[in-house]
Design a protein around this ligand. Structure first.
Ligand code: GMT
Length: 371
């Protein structure tokens, strides 16, 4: 099939999912056309079936805000016509599903089915805003097929937008061949001294990630077991969390590693992964951690209970309960048999229930149904 994939190219789960999906579909023989304002950051391989089309927005003095949504619609229509796309699959409803709808109508004589995958904040935060509410609901209703990355997100979408449209749950996925724990003691030694533990957090540093909780859990653990914290990613909360760490005197114990393209090695040297989010429709980073054998301490927010098995692959605790999170973290770090069991459970659970091949087949089936 010839498939257009529209996504955000920046650091974040929806872009990663879209890109990995496209790469794998290309390996299965489909022709994939990525459409975005920048090259997706995970689009790191050459393949004759992969194309990348950049959306350029005219910079005209009258435009206080560049009209990206319209430029994207024009680009989707252009690519659909030129490459004879069978369908377009948009990731993250706003504004991608709206642009796809416009593109479809631009192509009067051509049928262009639209698949929209909802990822989380497009529904729970942005789509919720009164100014975006009606148009988000409209773009979902007008899509030919809608998927959500968790049961939680499906229910939330139905609840918030009161839509009757069928939404299929297709979980995010992992390639266990790539995401597996590696033995790299020399890397661990670069960040932690003998006997010290490594706790890790990965995100786009947005308020929903509750970075202060990450630091507070770490501080409590560190007061019992000398540890180091790896902060991977970047975003608007970065400066505030830097200041907070300095104010509690932990600067020496925390490494800010910025946006890392590869996290397998860093997860492999981690003893625990922290994800105490306020909202999390799925929590791709938690899945990546489990696949690398790193037990997860997370909140019970959103779809996290569908990803992390409480007591088996990590622990889930109410949002904001930093002391309980720290207590669980200390308990598992002190009990090497328990840690080993959780590590093994995480690898098994991620490979059995979130294997990339199974998930890609579900998307292929869905594409066949609508074309
Ligand atoms: O966190 C965000 O707001 C960004 C968004 C994204 O584009 O990466 O993340 C959402 O999509 C991911 C991929 O499906 C999910 O793993 C994240 O849980 C989800 N984030 C939230 O729901 C906060």
């Amino acid at each position: 099939m010839r498939i257009g994939i529209v996504c955000y190219p920046s650091y974040g789960g929806s872009g990663v999912v879209a890109t990995e999906l496209g790469k794998r579909l290309a390996l299965r023989g489909h022709e994939i056309h990525f459409i975005s304002y920048d090259r997706p950051f995970k689009l790191d391989m050459f393949h004759q079936n992969i194309y990348y089309h950049e959306v350029e927005v005219l910079d005209y003095p009258l435009f206080k805000f560049p009209p990206y949504m319209i430029a994207l619609a024009g680009k989707i229509a252009e690519v659909a016509k030129w490459a004879e796309l069978d369908l377009v699959h948009v990731h993250y409803a706003i504004p991608h599903a709206v642009s796809a709808f416009l593109a479809k109508h631009l192509l009067r004589n051509k049928n262009l089915p639209i698949v929209t995958t909802l990822h989380g904040t497009d529904i729970t935060v942005v789509g919720h805003e009164p100014q975006f509410f009606d148009i988000t609901r409209f773009s979902i209703e007008e899509s030919d097929m809608v998927t959500a990355v968790s049961q939680f997100l499906k229910e939330e979408t139905v609840h918030i937008f009161k839509i009757a449209k069928d939404i299929q749950v297709i979980y995010n996925f992992i390639d266990p061949e790539e995401y597996r724990r590696r033995n790299i003691p020399e890397l661990k030694m670069r960040y932690a001294g003998p006997g010290e533990k490594i706790l890790t957090h990965i995100s786009n540093f947005r308020p929903v990630k509750r970075l202060k909780d990450v630091v507070d859990v770490f501080a409590r653990v560190n007061s019992v077991i000398p540890s180091r914290l790896l902060m991977i990613g970047d975003g608007p909360e970065g400066p505030a969390v830097h200041q907070y760490i300095e104010s509690i005197g932990l600067t020496e114990r925390v490494y800010f590693l910025g946006k890392q393209e590869r996290v397998v090695e860093l997860l492999s040297i981690s003893d625990l992964f922290l994800l105490p989010s306020e909202k999390e429709s799925f929590g791709l980073a938690a899945l990546e951690a489990m696949a690398c054998g790193t037990p997860v301490i997370a909140s019970t927010a959103g779809g996290l209970p569908e990803v992390v098995r409480d007591g088996e692959t990590g622990y889930l605790l109410p949002v904001g309960s930093v002391q309980e999170m720290a207590d669980k973290a200390v308990a598992v770090l002190k009990d090497s048999r328990k840690w080993q069991q959780m590590s093994e459970n995480g690898k098994l659970h991620s490979a059995q229930n979130f294997h990339i091949d199974r998930v890609i087949s579900k998307y292929e089936k869905l594409y066949q149904e609508i074309t």
